[in-house]
Write a protein that binds this ligand. Structure first.
Ligand code: CDP
Ligand code: MG
Length: 145
């Protein structure tokens, strides 16, 4: 089966709560391969581009404020069906729909501060991986360390 790549990101609340190691362990234990990793703090310009599809929604300002509030840890994950597997592992967007055992269900009851992001489609995955790990990162974000 053809391998896929996706972006999994520990959001600022997950980093603040020291959940990075636990989330990486879950991914590794499942048998997914982590092929790249980066810690950085989004600036406003980067967050606006990363979440461009949400521009104009009533939660957009709160989302930008949250995503720029501290560093994130971005992981490139590879495996057959990586996009669907990682989306399943993180759990649903709505708190009441999150299944026990998923990262969001186990660590958050909130809609905005939900610990992790994962790409939703092959198009999103390529775009998000390029933003985070491609050349554009040097102009759009701030390296954390
Ligand atoms: O992250 P996911 O793909 O599951 O959900 P989304 O609908 O693409 O929304 C992106 C992010 O915006 C979510 O993970 C939440 O952090 C935030 N959001 C929010 O604060 N309020 C909403 N009504 C919807 C999303
Ligand atoms: Mg999404």
């Amino acid at each position: 089966m053809i391998s896929e790549r996706t972006l999994l990101m520990v959001k600022p609340d997950g980093v603040r709560r020291s959940l990075v190691g636990l989330i990486i362990t879950r991914i590794e234990q499942k048998g997914l391969e982590i092929s790249n990793m980066r810690m950085f703090r989004m600036d406003d310009a980067f967050a606006r581009i990363f979440y461009a599809e949400h521009n104009g929604r009533d939660y957009f300002a709160a989302l930008l404020s949250f995503m720029t509030s501290g560093p994130v840890v971005a992981l490139e994950v590879e495996s057959p069906n990586a996009i669907a597997l990682v989306r399943t592992a993180i759990g649903a967007t709505r708190p009441e729909e999150r299944l026990p055992g998923t990262i969001r269900a186990d660590f958050s009851i909130q809609l905005t501060e939900n610990v992790v992001h994962a790409s939703a489609s092959p198009t999103d995955a390529e775009r998000e991986l390029a933003l985070v790990f491609g050349d554009s990162r040097t102009t759009l974000g701030t390296v954390h360390n």
